[in-house]
Ligand binder design. Structure first.
Ligand SMILES: [Zn+2]
Length: 137
């Protein structure tokens, strides 16, 4: 078991789930930010992928705008999230291929068979499980 873990507020966790439900049957995606290992803010992005049911892709314009908001808030990019409407919360081959931020935690929320939020570190094609701690502040 990994000793890595990341904290996320219950409000952000709920917002990820809400975004995933709204985007269904497409995948949703976005960025997560905060400070000191606690995610406090969510930045939903449009999924601009050709096959949004099984992939996610955000335009550079939207990504840079979100990055700027995060910087201006004095926060750090802590996570990248997307949903798996019909498959388990585990990185797909294309997720691993498209993991461009080795310093970020990759969150995947699965909607079926049950709602489940998991996080991973993806570095050099290696997938490492990360424990997610949900806080109530
Ligand atoms: Zn995926």
């Amino acid at each position: 078991m990994s000793d890595r873990f990341i904290s996320i507020t219950d409000t952000v966790r709920a917002a990820i789930q809400e975004h995933a439900l709204q985007a269904r049957p497409s995948e949703c995606c976005g960025l997560l930010s905060g400070a000191n290992g606690l995610i406090t803010d969510i930045h939903p992005l449009h999924n601009d992928a050709d096959k949004p049911e099984t992939r996610y892709f955000a335009t550079p314009e939207e990504l840079f705008a979100a990055m700027r908001r995060i910087r201006e808030a004095g926060q750090a990019l802590l996570g990248v999230y997307h949903s798996h409407p019909r498959t388990q919360a585990y990185p797909s081959a294309s997720d691993v291929e498209m993991a461009f931020y080795p310093e970020a935690f990759y969150f995947i929320i699965s909607l079926e068979p049950q709602v489940e939020l998991r996080a991973f570190k993806i570095e050099d094609s290696r997938i490492e499980d990360v424990r997610v701690s949900v806080t109530n502040i």
